[in-house]
Design a protein around this ligand. Structure first.
Ligand code: ATP
Ligand code: MG
Length: 567
């Protein structure tokens, strides 16, 4: 499979917009928005929405706004605002000068609410939250009119003004749209559009103590910004009649079209912000940017490229029905992209000392190594070779099983870019553990090939012991053992599905000297091992720290297959 950029697969939203343009709807304009609530960090699901909104706008020569949907001050924070801006930018999208906040519209939204009251389309209801719930009815039982539904316009205006002025306690009154308590759509049974919340807002401070509800503020914010296509996820399908009702009753100039698509679900992880906050707060991960998190910041720190995330989002398409995408597909795109971009280096995760007995004590050779066999323009580099080396512990076996083509006593292998070596002696400690190997090298095989054409089956990576740099390497695996930890089968908590082996930290790794000074975030392929990046938080000149971004091959699929067979 190759990933040459071809035309993205078409989808129903793209077709819909193309159709609108054909009919010159919205005077041929396309204007979308990405409207996150700043109550958490963005995750890969948001990336899909970002790619869709910004992508469609750019494809059709339109615009896309970034709008913070900040109407719930109790859960929101400026830290989230900053992280979201950083993540959208890192993904490669530019909102230009179109950064908006719903809170910027609070005064206008208030005036719109007053308009609804004046037109007899909204009323102040003084039922308690419990009573409101009870009066609403159920899917099978119609709701009951609130006794406050027939308040006069004057009384409603007076009460609403006093709500704004802070005269009432939280929960004592709400403003409700006057629609239809018998509607089969529960969203249309006089939904609350304003509530009292005496909490400071991260942008408006104490200016407001009443805040608009999503269903009221969202459609109007879209309208104020001249949005043409308001793309959201499927769970808002039943809110669309309310979206349209508000805009129709207020007779606004711009009436955006709401279009719903299925949210992205990814296997072996969770996407709900509430649960992600739980993981952070209970210390199951080190933070929102823990490389195991499905967040954009976690993926960035782990070494994923923005290109691979964008490409993944495009390839999975846009559907009308919910499904779960396998994490392996995301990893496939990460691998594909890193394969093209990253320089190869050698690093040994679990070092085993090797002494080349017939190599001169003080000699050091600088051998040529290819930086990227996929891209010759990336050139070559020098790697030092000397008498004492490290190889990977698992590349040696005392009793090699069949098909183990690596090193064992008496066997010859190739050291990548260097020489053929033969193991002549195994040194063990008192417990019987192998602590050192002695080898001889064939000086005629410099560069890793032999004139006489004799074959060696194994090629090992290695580093020169005195030249190598000590490093810490963090091996990450799936955060959850279960493919759908969100399912909460048998009533178990999603936390019980956490993979206890999702992080393994190795502290005595050795990497080749060319990695000295590698900048935080830079990415490499460690030959034979996988893709790694310099950790952007914990790596320092004293101790380099590398994160394993992804293995070279998908070992997980194999393991799962085996487990399934055993069941
Ligand atoms: P919560 O987890 O609290 O329900 P949310 O997903 O609604 O949060 P928002 O900040 O409101 O979070 O999301 C911003 C935008 O991203 C919305 O338009 C939403 O539809 C979209 N979005 C959120 N999650 C996904 C997802 N998994 N797949 C696709 N789009 C998503
Ligand atoms: Mg939301």
């Amino acid at each position: 499979m190759t990933t040459t950029k071809s035309t993205p697969p078409s989808n129903f939203i793209r077709n819909m917009i193309a159709e609108d343009l054909k009919r010159n709807k919205n005077d041929g304009r396309v204007h979308t928005r990405f409207p996150p609530e700043p109550n958490g960090y963005l995750h890969i699901g948001h990336a899909k929405s970002i790619c869709l909104n910004f992508g469609l706008a750019s494809e059709f020569g339109g615009l896309c706004n970034l709008r913070f949907d900040d109407t719930n001050p109790t859960k929101e924070d400026i830290e989230y605002v900053e992280s979201i801006k950083k993540d959208v930018g890192w993904l490669g999208f530019d909102w230009g000068n179109r950064l908006y906040y719903t809170s910027d519209y609070f005064e206008r939204l208030y005036q719109y609410a007053v308009q609804l009251i004046k037109d007899g389309n909204a009323y102040v209801c003084s039922l308690s939250p419990d009573e409101i719930r009870e009066y609403r009815g159920t899917l099978t039982k119609p709701g009951k009119d609130s006794p406050y539904r027939s308040r006069s316009v004057e009384e409603n205006i007076d009460l609403f003004e006093r709500m704004r002025a802070g005269e009432f306690e939280d929960g004592s009154h709400v403003l409700r749209a006057k629609i239809d308590m018998a509607s089969p759509n529960l969203n249309m049974r006089d939904p609350t559009i304003y509530r009292i919340r005496k909490v400071a807002h991260h942008r408006t401070g104490d200016k407001w103590c009443i805040y608009p509800m999503y269903d009221f503020s969202h459609c109007l914010s879209d309208s104020i910004e001249g949005i043409t296509h308001s793309i959201c996820t499927l769970e808002f399908e039943d809110n669309r009649p309310l979206y349209d009702w508000v805009l129709e009753k207020l007779n606004v100039d711009c009436h955006p079209q709401q279009i719903e698509f299925a949210r992205l679900n990814l296997s072996h992880t969770i996407m709900s912000k509430r649960k992600l906050i739980g993981l952070v707060e209970q210390g199951f991960v080190t933070g929102w940017d823990d490389p195991r998190m499905p967040t954009i910041s976690g993926m960035r720190r782990r070494g994923y490229t923005p290109e691979s995330i964008r490409y993944f989002c495009e390839r999975i398409g846009v559907a009308k029905r919910d499904s779960i995408v396998d994490m392996a597909l995301l990893e496939y795109h990460v691998r594909e992209d890193l394969n093209k971009q990253t320089p190869r280096v050698m690093g040994v995760l679990r070092p085993l000392r090797v002494v080349i007995d017939n190599y001169p004590e003080d000699q050091v050779e600088e051998l040529d190594a290819v930086n990227n066999p996929e891209d010759s323009s990336m050139g070559t580099r020098k790697v030092p070779f000397s008498r004492v080396l490290y190889i990977e512990r698992e590349d040696f076996r005392e009793d090699p099983p069949k098909k183990f083509f690596r090193l064992s006593e008496g066997r010859e292998v190739r050291l990548r870019y260097a020489y053929y070596v033969t193991c002549v002696k195994v040194v063990k400690d008192e417990t019987g553990d192998v602590v050192e190997l002695h080898c001889t090298y064939d000086p005629e095989t410099r560069g890793g090939w032999s004139k006489d054409g004799r074959k060696v089956k194994g090629t090992l990576h290695w580093v020169s012991a005195p030249h190598s740099i000590r490093a810490e390497v963090r091996l990450y695996d799936r955060l959850f053992k279960e493919a759908s930890p969100d399912g909460e089968k048998d009533g178990a908590d999603f936390e019980s599905y956490l993979n206890p082996d999702s992080l393994e930290t190795l502290t005595s790794c050795r990497v080749e000297p060319s990695l000295a000074g590698a900048v935080p975030g830079s990415r490499f392929q460690f030959e034979r091992l996988g893709y790694f990046c310099v950790d952007s938080i914990d790596s320092s000149d004293e101790t380099m720290v590398f994160n394993r971004t992804v293995t070279l091959r998908d070992s997980w699929a194999k393991i799962e297959k085996k487990e399934q067979k055993q069941k």
